[in-house]
Design a binder for this molecule. Structure first.
Ligand code: ATP
Ligand code: MG
Length: 219
């Protein structure tokens, strides 16, 4: 399957979530609000982190075949859905997931298609340019309705494509100075402010220089 109807009127809304373990990344994806209950969402979810999001149940599939069939049926409607793929965490499986999802792109669909990638560093091969279907989702996917949410414990272990194309950045507690420094450079949030973050606290950077705000996740 190939994506259809490229639509340049669609904005880039890709978002990156970076924090050390326990910093609140998965919680941010679930609660921060970039993803709504009415949205159409697929998850690369090898560790089964997503059971519900925004009070909606996540349907989980453990084979590509079942995942594809569920996504095809759901995407044929205008209704929201939450569908996760849980297969062994390998680069090969990840790229296959991205390739399958890519086929459901449609720039004129009533709903954009959100794609959540958990623990991106585990399936990253190079910190250089991202190649393959994941790189396509990040660089071209917007026109076909995709909104990619990439989650990583360490920014220095993901590709520069993932960092630069994710124009929204959620920054939580950083465990190394190298990561804090890089996120400071990427967001314009002063390094000392990033170093002072506690778990569940964050800075959220929107496109345009200097445009960030501080917050804290609650349950
Ligand atoms: N439902 C909940 N109620 C209360 N606290 C929670 C709940 N879910 C998570 N937490 C707490 O929130 C903090 C952040 O958890 P979260 O899973 O979002 O971190 P994370 O950044 O995704 O970590 P990891 O990289 O290990 O996946 C943890 O201290 C966790 O105990
Ligand atoms: Mg997590």
């Amino acid at each position: 399957m190939q994506p259809i109807n490229p639509n340049n009127a669609l904005d880039n809304e890709h978002c990156l979530y970076v924090a050390g373990s326990g910093g609140g990344k998965t919680t941010a994806v679930k609660k921060f609000g970039r993803i709504k209950g009415t949205d159409q969402v697929v998850f690369w979810d090898p560790h089964q982190d997503y059971d519900t999001i925004q009070q909606r149940k996540v349907r989980r599939y453990k084979t590509f075949k079942a995942f594809f069939a569920a996504l095809r049926a759901a995407r044929a409607t205008k209704r929201g859905f939450k569908i996760a793929l849980t297969v062994p965490e390998s680069r090969k499986n990840f790229l296959k997931f991205c390739e399958v999802v890519k086929g459901f792109g449609d720039g004129l669909h009533a709903k954009r298609l959100h794609v959540v990638i958990e623990e991106l560093p585990q399936v990253t091969e190079s910190v250089g340019k991202e190649v393959g279907a994941y790189g396509w989702l990040l660089t071209v996917g917007r026109k076909f309705g995709f909104i990619v949410h990439s989650v990583a414990q360490r920014v220095v272990e993901i590709s520069k494509t993932a960092v630069s194309q994710s124009v929204y950045k959620w920054v939580g507690v950083q465990f190394s100075r190298a990561d804090a420094k890089r996120m400071s450079d990427e967001t314009d949030v002063p390094l000392s402010d990033i170093l002072n973050l506690n778990p569940l606290e964050y800075y959220f950077k929107s496109p345009n220089a200097g445009n960030f705000k501080k917050g804290r996740l609650t349950f």
